[in-house]
Ligand binder design. Structure first.
Ligand code: ZN
Length: 288
């Protein structure tokens, strides 16, 4: 599942390309997942694009927000050509010239009615939502946002708040790190990676972490997320950037998907266990 670095990478790419554009068309190809209608968004301009946890938020000129969650296999593709795949669930048609064309048309009454449409067609871009497993969603109201925990790159991600979060839970630390209602944006990959860097066993009960360990874990999380952002996320399965190229953090994995391979620190074999139903990778020697 795309985590903070992947969603942030998508956001950064799309911000450069879709802000200021007008939504001139919309195709909903799966009404179970896509809870928006043409009339909610067509004719509106995209004013901003934000991220909260693993959720993307498009801010529209009608004051509506469009929330996008990629879940397991979602992809957002930004392209000049409309390529509809078997897994395509929604298509936004975007045009930067729509408004300009309207202004021109107002000043030139002699122009034929279809002039605007023709010009829009020549300047279209498409934002395409693909999702093979159909767990992702797009909607106008997302209750999920209200329940999200602290953002790792915010000032709330401090030792005091982390101590508070960990002290109240006997659950394994890795499970707590992945709990979106406590800390937003960390999933299976970066929880494993951060715990390795911090030399903490993923099974250790959260409330048993020492102050020193919490400090190390906080620094490790920030370091790993920054590095993953620098490499534009992990493309080990479905995640790709909107220009359809891959992220490269998978080339930098410390423990994730390295079962049986040598630990970079102590050379013993990386172990895989299942924790809360998810594969968890760690070094038994380094992570006590
Ligand atoms: Zn080791």
């Amino acid at each position: 599942m795309p985590e903070l670095p992947e969603v942030e990478t998508i956001k950064n790419y799309l911000r450069k390309n879709i802000i200021g554009k007008e939504i001139v068309g919309f195709q909903n190809l799966n009404k179970k997942q896509i809870k928006i209608k043409e009339k909610d968004i067509v004719g509106e301009k995209i004013l901003d694009l934000q991220r909260r946890g693993k959720i993307l938020i498009l801010k529209l000129s009608n004051n509506k927000d469009v929330f996008v969650h990629l879940k397991m296999t979602g992809q957002l593709i930004y392209a000049k050509n409309k390529e509809i795949l078997k897994s395509t669930r929604a298509v936004f048609e975007l045009c930067e010239l729509a408004r300009m064309i309207d202004d021109t048309q107002m000043n030139a009454n002699f122009i034929r009615d279809d002039w605007r449409n023709k010009n829009i067609r020549n300047h279209l871009h498409y934002l395409i939502f693909n999702d093979a497993r159909k767990f992702g969603w797009i909607k106008l109201k997302a209750e999920e946002i209200k329940n999200l925990g602290i953002e790792p790159f915010s000032k709330e991600f401090n030792l005091k708040n982390l101590e508070k979060i960990f002290q109240k839970s006997k659950r394994p630390i890795k499970i707590v790190l992945m709990d979106q209602t406590e800390i937003a944006g960390i999933g299976n990959i970066y929880a494993s990676e951060s715990l390795f860097l911090a030399k903490i066993n993923p099974q250790k009960p959260a409330n048993k972490l020492t102050k020193e360990e919490i400090k190390r874990l906080r620094n490790s999380i920030l370091k790993i997320l920054k590095k993953a952002l620098q490499y534009e996320g992990t493309s080990s399965r479905f995640y790709i950037k909107p220009d359809q190229t891959k992220g490269r953090y998978q080339e930098k994995f410390l423990v994730y998907q390295r079962e049986g391979k040598k630990c970079f620190r102590c050379k013993s074999k990386i172990k895989r266990i299942v924790l809360g139903g998810r594969s968890t990778f760690y070094c038994q020697i380094c992570q006590k």
